[in-house]
Design a binder for this molecule. Sequence first.
Ligand code: SAM
Length: 545
Amino acid sequence: MSAAAMRANLEAALGRYRGLFEHEVAGWDAFIDALTRPLPTCIWANPLRIDGAGLTALLAEQGVAAEPVPWLAPGAAALRLPPGFKAGQHWWYCAGLAHAQEAVSQLPVRLLAPEPGHRVLDLCAAPGGKTAQLALALGNRGTLIANDFAAERIAALQGNLDRLGLVNVSTTRCDGGNFPPTAGGFDRILVDAPCSSEGTLRRNPRLAGFSGERAAAREEGRQADANAATATAAAGRRPSPRRQASIGPERSQRMAGRQRALLRKAVQLCRPGGRIVYSTCTFAPEENELIVAEVLDALNGDLALLPVTVPGLISGAGVTRWQGRQLDPQLARCLRIWPQANDTGGFFVALLEKAPSAPDPGQAEGAMIGAGLGAGLGAELGAELGAGLGTKLGAEPDDPAWLEGLMSHYGLAAASLAPYRIHRQTRRGLHLAAADHAPPATPAPEGSGLFAYRTNIRPPKLTTAGALLLGPAATRNRLALSAAQRDRYLRREPLTPSAAQTADCRPGQVIVTYRGYPLGVAVLHRSGTLESLFPRRWSGCTAGV
Ligand SMILES: C[S@@+](CC[C@H](N)C(=O)[O-])C[C@H]1O[C@@H](n2cnc3c(N)ncnc32)[C@H](O)[C@@H]1O
C-alpha cells in the first residue's frame, strides 16, 4: 500500500478522534504521521540471567545498536532496536536472556508495582509479556496466577515463562469476567483487557483496512483517478483491493461489555487497600475512560482512581469530554500514550485503588492450597512429593529416585533444588515451582511452575526449560559449544565436538552451553556425534541466526 493510501485509510478509520487533538497545534497530523511509521523493536534483559549492559554488549558484538529506553529505567533494562529486528531468532533469546515487548506495553506492570509477598492476578495474561514482568517483580517467588480463556494462548504464555525460567506462576483458563471468588483475594490485579487494538496500527496497518487507491486519490486531490475507480466499479470490473477497517465504534461497543465485566470482577477480587491496573492498547474512549468511569460510579467511593506519572515519558491526560458529553474530570488522571509522543504504539492505563475500608472479597484463602506446604521439598529431595496439593496427580513413590538420578547425572548439589517445590502434575514428569508458590484450588490450574524433567521415557530427560533453569548449577555432563556449533545445535543438526569439549561428559544426555549460558539438552553418542534435542519450535525460537 502506498504511503498516501495508508494515510487516507488511517484518517478514515480514526477520524472520530480528530476532536481530541483540537487544542494541539499539528497534533492530528503528527498522530497520523506516527502511525504510518514502522515501530522500533523493544526487548528487556532477563535479570535472572543477564543485565542490560551485558545484553547491550552481546548485541554490539552482532553489530546491533541498542538504545536504552530512559523512561523504563531504573527497574527494567529495556532496549530499543531497529524496526523489524527479529529478536526471537537469536541464540540469546532462545537461552532466555531477553524478552521482546513493546516499550509502552511495559508500563502497566511498572505502575501496578507488585512487591515480593503480594498475591497477584493477571486476569487476561496471554501471551504473557506482562505476566513475566509481574513474576520478576515478585522475585520469582510467591504466587502469581495468570489467567486467559484461550488454551492455545496459554500454551504460548507457558512457553515464554519456561524460556525465561519463571517458576512462581500458576496458569488458569476461564472467562475472567466469571473468575471464581473462591480463588481468594489479591493484592495486585492486572486487567490488560482484550480491545480493538487501534494502538497497534504501526505493527498491523491492516486493522485500518486497505481500500487503497480511491482513498489515496481523494487524499491527494486526484479526483480524476477517483472518478476512474468509480467508473471501473460501475462497469462491473474488479475494483482495486478493498477491505473494511476492523476498528471503529461498533467494534469498540462490542469490546466494552467484556471489558466492563473484567474490570468489575477485578474490583471484586481485590483485597481492601489493593491495587488494580486497567490497560488497553486502543484509543477508543468507549473502551477506556468510559469503562473506568462506570466502574468508579458503581463502587461509590470504595474505589479511587490514582494519578500517575512516569518520569521522562511524554503522556497525555485521560479524556474528559467525548462526543459532546462532559465526563468526570478525575478521569484526566488516566494515562494516555500517543504514538507520536515517544515513538511507540498507543496505550491507555488507569491505576485504581480499593479503599482499605471496602468489603473484603472473602476469606476464600482457605480454599487456596496451603501456602508453604511444599516449602523445602526440593531440599528434602521430594520425600513428600505430591503432598503438594493442587496437582492433578499424586506423587509416585519412585519420585525421589528420579531426582537422585537427575542430580547424580549432572552433578547437581541438593542446594540447587532447594528453592523449588517439586511435584508431579501429569504422568509425563516433574514440575518445579517456587517453594512458597500456592496454586489456587479453584479454578483448577492448568499448570503450576515449569515442566523440568520428563520421566515417562527411557532414559528420563531434562526438558529444555529444565536445562536452562538448572544448567548453571550442573558440574558434569555439560558441554560448551563454539558459535558455529551453537547454530547447528539450534537448527537440530548433528555435530562432532572435540575431545577437549567432551572431557567432562559421558555418552548420554548432556546440557549444552554457549558462553556459559545453557541452551538445552543433547545426546552425546559413543561415536562422538552430538545429537541436538532442541525442540523444533520452542517458545517462538526459530533460532540458528
Ligand atoms: C491484550 S491481550 C493480553 C496481553 C497480555 N497481557 C500480555 O502482556 O502478553 C488480551 C487477552 O485477553 C484474553 N481474553 C479475552 N477475553 C477474555 C476473557 N473473557 N477472560 C479471560 N481472558 C480473555 C485474550 O485471549 C488475550 O490473550
